[in-house]
Design a protein around this ligand. Structure first.
Ligand code: ADP
Ligand code: MG
Length: 420
């Protein structure tokens, strides 16, 4: 089969039922089908999965998809299987399989039935798996959540560092790396660690024009300020992020006492309670979820209208991800962060127990959050600049959607403060 002979629009319709590609999908798929190493940077929800799923389905051989979370893999496999009557079309290969199941997976791959094989990076360190993959036709290797390879990303996984060697053992196949982390540093790390400086890179804009960004100074009145904000957004859904479980519980309680329907969400609650609270939020039985960062992975509620950070996040990537859960439907999304230098010190203290290299990275990332909080320039411009993107704060989309642009600060004189 020659890639030029395939009408990928027709295949898109056939397998996924979509009549159009989203954003850069078509260009990415064309690049991968030309057997080029390809690197994709797209925000969450941008449609990265399809960039490797469609080429996998329509090419010969099996595509190996590396993904960090077993739960994510399972979701994807179920979704792919629903597209086709063929049962073996997508498989997971990881430590949760029995010997019999593993044998069946390998059989389906050998017979050419399996188009997508999702693997955890740990499974690829097993010699028997690597030598098996070397013996069967592989169309390409996709590395999802590729930022896991970088210590500068928000989710470093040491096993990702081995991937380059393993891919070389599997064979001379094209590689596609995908991530929603857009900082130039992480991108550089990914290309270096995967040894794909030659990759064709596709980067979508990270601008979310419908989100309004605001930072307020955190005072002792922060709780009543939050309550007032929520009352101004009556009947709308929102998330409040806090640093600690204790704070989550406390704020949820304060809201309830004040007649606002809210539930807590953090890793200290048992799985059943977490699932219940998440469902209550999704079904709109409650207006507000008060949560640690444990909340949000894979939550797809389109009409979240506000995301409040009671405590500042540890990096701007986290901030972007967490606020990104607002306004998915393109409607209003207010992103409000409370900032105090005390919280910065708290986070620094938190980090001081960690290994030195990790600390240094942590401090550097935190300094960017401080700079964002303290800037008087367009917050959107600041965020996008951090992601390596130039934004015109006069004519760009959403240019007036932040506190600094709406109410420009007159130069603040530092009173009673020693200026360095
Ligand atoms: P990402 O991995 O970039 O966060 P996903 O691959 O999970 O994004 O896709 C996000 C959503 O976009 C999914 O619900 C998916 O079905 C949808 N989607 C992807 N491609 C298209 C398309 N061409 N047309 C319409 N919807 C699409
Ligand atoms: Mg994804």
């Amino acid at each position: 089969m020659n890639s030029n002979e395939i009408d990928i629009h027709k295949e898109l319709k056939k397998y996924f039922g979509f009549s159009q590609f989203k954003g850069l999908q078509e260009q990415v798929i064309t690049s991968l089908m030309k057997k080029q190493n390809t690197f994709v940077i797209m925000p969450t929800g941008g449609g990265k999965s399809l960039c490797y799923q469609l080429p996998a389905l329509i090419q010969e051989g099996t595509a190996v998809v590396v993904s960090p979370l077993i739960a994510l893999m399972k979701n994807q496999v179920d979704a792919i299987r629903s597209l086709s009557s063929e049962n073996g079309i997508a498989h997971v290969l990881n430590s949760s399989l029995t010997k019999t199941e593993t044998a069946q997976v390998k059989k389906d791959i050998t017979s050419g039935l399996t188009k997508l094989l999702y693997v955890a990076p740990e499974s690829l360190t097993k010699e028997e798996n690597v030598s098996f993959l070397r013996s069967v036709p592989i169309s390409f290797v996709a590395i999802d959540e590729a930022h896991c390879i970088s210590e500068w990303g928000h989710d470093f996984r040491p096993e990702y560092r081995n991937l380059k060697n393993i891919i070389k053992q599997i064979g001379d196949v094209p590689v596609i790396g995908l991530t929603a982390t857009a900082t130039p540093k992480v991108q550089e790390d990914i290309l270096k660690n995967l040894d794909m400086a030659n990759a064709v890179t596709f980067k979508a804009s990270f601008n979310r024009p419908n989100l309004f960004y605001e930072v307020r100074t955190k005072t002792k009145n922060v709780e009543s300020d939050i309550i007032r904000f929520i009352r101004q957004h009556k009947g709308k859904s929102g998330v409040i992020y806090c640093l600690s479980r204790k704070k989550v519980e406390a704020i949820a309680e304060v809201l309830k006492v004040n007649g606002i329907s809210a539930v807590p969400y953090h890793a200290g609650l048992d799985a059943k309670t977490r699932a219940k609270h998440q469902d209550m939020f999704l079904m709109e039985d409650v207006e507000v979820v008060v949560a640690t960062i444990a909340f949000g992975m894979g939550i797809d509620k389109p009409d979240v209208r506000f995301v409040i950070h009671h405590d500042i996040p540890k990096s701007l990537e986290s901030y972007y991800q967490e606020t990104g859960r607002a306004g998915r439907d393109g409607g209003e999304g207010h992103c409000l962060a409370y900032y105090s230098y005390k919280d910065v010190e708290k986070l620094e203290k938190f980090m001081s127990g960690k290994p030195v290299a990790e600390q240094e990275i942590g401090f550097a990332l935190l300094q960017e959050v401080v700079a964002y909080a303290e800037t008087s320039m367009s917050r959107r411009k600041f965020l996008l600049h951090y992601f390596g993107e130039e934004f015109d704060s006069e004519t760009g989309e959403g240019a007036d959607m932040d506190d600094n642009v709406r109410n420009p600060k007159t130069k603040v004189e530092a009173k009673n403060e020693v200026v360095k």
